[in-house]
Design a protein around this ligand. Structure first.
Ligand SMILES: [Zn+2]
Ligand SMILES: [Zn+2]
Length: 348
């Protein structure tokens, strides 16, 4: 199947139109006409080669929403016309204990990310959602609930599940005290989701520039991390901290904010941190953890949760042709919203 998208053709170059083929439908495949695709900070890191060499040309995008256009001979979950979504993975072994437990992201044989890796069967490089069409095995296709606005749903598939999964893992509920470090694409979703679960949410930031935005989405306020007095007063006051900072940083200033058995979980930075200190961990039986997206069942649960609460990411809709400008903005500022590409407006 012929399709077209925007691809990176080498490191640190602008994305440009790219014509390529999607595979013929396998028996368990679903073909999707993509209507919207979110722009994730990891798209930018990946195409720039920040996380290692890439198989160019590479079409990024793993926050995909669309309409089913065809199904394989044995696919039974979806029919033509269904509203569906695809997130950060498109395959896994489906045989290991983690896959059986709905934790495909931790597949013992390695899950297949949506773009930039060999397909498990053919070895062809997977290509993401900055394109008009995609073909995905039905086990990795999600259903968009009827009352969820498709034009604003895409960022739920990565930013949403990346923050929802740790909130569920650490059992956030009514009255839980949650801190969110950083109010960017991930952070603003963490705040909205935790608030919807009934938590009391504090945004932790280097400045109080985003106080109004934080309060608008339900946080009780901003704790300024450079204000030592305020940080001291807030010691042992949180049950869970979602750390969305996407670069090397110092977690030692945040750990003392956790109460006994509290957890700081890293969801942003993939790479080194400043050297951690053990004393505040030992003294308060505090934990530092990590978390990677969520499984398929949990992602479906999140889509239902967002529909029920009418909870949406803050989206700025752009045209495919504006992607390079959007990348520049992503690289220079931490925006408290997500760019979403309207693929229906893209013809090439
Ligand atoms: Zn992402
Ligand atoms: Zn597996």
């Amino acid at each position: 199947m012929k399709t077209v998208g925007y691809a990176a053709h080498s490191e640190n170059t602008e994305l440009a139109p790219y014509h390529f083929e999607r595979r013929e439908l396998r028996p368990n495949d679903v073909a999707i006409d993509i209507t919207y695709c979110g722009v994730c900070h990891s798209d930018l890191h990946t195409v720039n080669g920040d996380w290692g060499p890439q198989p160019y040309p590479l079409v990024p995008g793993h926050e995909i929403v669309g309409i089913v256009s065809a199904v394989g001979s044995e696919a039974s979950k979806y029919k033509v016309g269904d509203k569906v979504a695809v997130g950060c993975m498109v395959d896994s072994c489906q045989e290991c204990d983690h896959c059986h437990d709905g934790e495909e992201q931790y597949c013992r044989n390695g899950m297949t990310p949506t773009y930039g890796v060999p397909d498990r069967q053919t070895g062809d490089i997977t290509q993401g959602g900055y394109s008009k069409h995609i073909v995905v095995r039905e086990e990795f296709v999600l259903r968009i609930p009827e009352n969820l606005d498709m034009s604003r749903a895409a960022p739920i598939l990565c930013a949403g599940i990346t923050t929802y999964s740790p909130l569920r893992t650490w059992k956030v509920t009514k009255g839980s005290r949650v801190g969110v470090i950083g109010l960017g694409g991930l952070g603003h979703m963490a705040v909205k989701l935790a608030v919807a679960m009934g938590a009391e949410v504090t945004v932790i930031s280097r400045s109080n520039n985003k106080e109004t935005q934080a309060k608008e989405i339900g946080a009780k306020g901003i704790l300024v991390s450079s204000d030592q007095q305020a940080m001291l007063q807030a010691a042992s006051s949180l049950d869970l901290i979602i750390d969305t900072v996407p670069v090397k940083h110092d977690i030692n200033i945040y750990v003392p904010l956790l109460d006994l058995d509290g957890t700081l979980t890293i969801v942003g930075q993939i790479g080194p941190l400043e050297e951690p200190m053990t004393l505040p961990l030992v003294l308060g039986r505090r934990r530092v953890a990590g978390s990677l997206i969520g499984g398929i069942t949990e992602t479906q649960e999140l889509l239902e949760f967002c529909a029920e609460h009418q909870l949406y990411p803050e989206c700025e809709t752009i045209k495919m042709e504006q992607i390079n400008d959007a990348f520049k903005q992503l690289a220079t500022g931490d925006l408290a919203h997500r760019f979403v590409i309207d693929m229906t407006a893209f013809e090439a």
